[in-house]
Design a protein around this ligand. Sequence first.
Ligand SMILES: NC(=O)c1ccc[n+]([C@@H]2O[C@H](COP(=O)([O-])OP(=O)(O)OC[C@H]3O[C@@H](n4cnc5c(N)ncnc54)[C@H](O)[C@@H]3O)[C@@H](O)[C@H]2O)c1
Length: 213
Amino acid sequence: MGAATARLLARERAKVVIADMLEREGRHVAENIGDSAHFEGIDVTDEANSEAVVGAIAARFGRLNVLVNNAGISGSAEQDFHSTDAWHRIMAVNAAGTFYGIKYAVPAMRKARGGSIVNPSSIASITGSEHAHMAYNASKAARSAADDQTGGGAVREGRHAGEFGASGDHAADAHFGAERRSGDTRRSHAVHSKAPAGRGGRGGECHPVADLR
Ligand SMILES: NC(=O)c1ccc[n+]([C@@H]2O[C@H](COP(=O)([O-])OP(=O)(O)OC[C@H]3O[C@@H](n4cnc5c(N)ncnc54)[C@H](O)[C@@H]3O)[C@@H](O)[C@H]2O)c1
């Protein structure tokens, strides 16, 4: 989703910084986009690192207009969904990482006299998910609450899109594939009915929200 969002913003002639802890993959995405994209290494769980990266981006480009707090982990591969270590790890990326991004982007956006922050949430923040560590559900609810704290129409739109995207193809395939094959779609209907759009999203539907500015 991060790569798709970066490509979309670049198509709209934005200068895009792909910030991720996976350097090789991040550089590859930036190189494929071309001169308008640039890669920065970041660990969003490290507050000092987040501050430094946001500062470097604002200094390099003179302004910051859009932040997409895309980095996220679900913990679905955890053997133990009650692991305390996993709880802290997931909350650190999804909740604290989002907070640091907002904390250091907002002053730069104030200087630019406006901006958009998009916090991709998850339908799991409303319905819960038995396929992920419970910290995923909690951290995504924290992300939605962070939107309310940040305020602003574009930010709210971002939250809604995140919830919408949360029930998108990828998740639906992973979570509901067996159910669909059996023809019993009660669980997927119950989950999708809680999404703002009332249905599962399709690839690409949630990315355009990042272009709000
Ligand atoms: N794919 C879905 O169906 C879906 C549904 C709901 C919500 N979301 C949310 O959308 C976002 C993107 O999802 P995705 O499916 O593209 O995930 P993904 O795993 O493909 O990408 C997540 C990225 O976050 C990066 N990352 C993880 N920890 C990091 C850290 N500490 N510092 C810096 N980068 C870090 C990873 O390297 C990876 O590139 C996530 O926040 C996810 O929770 C996705």
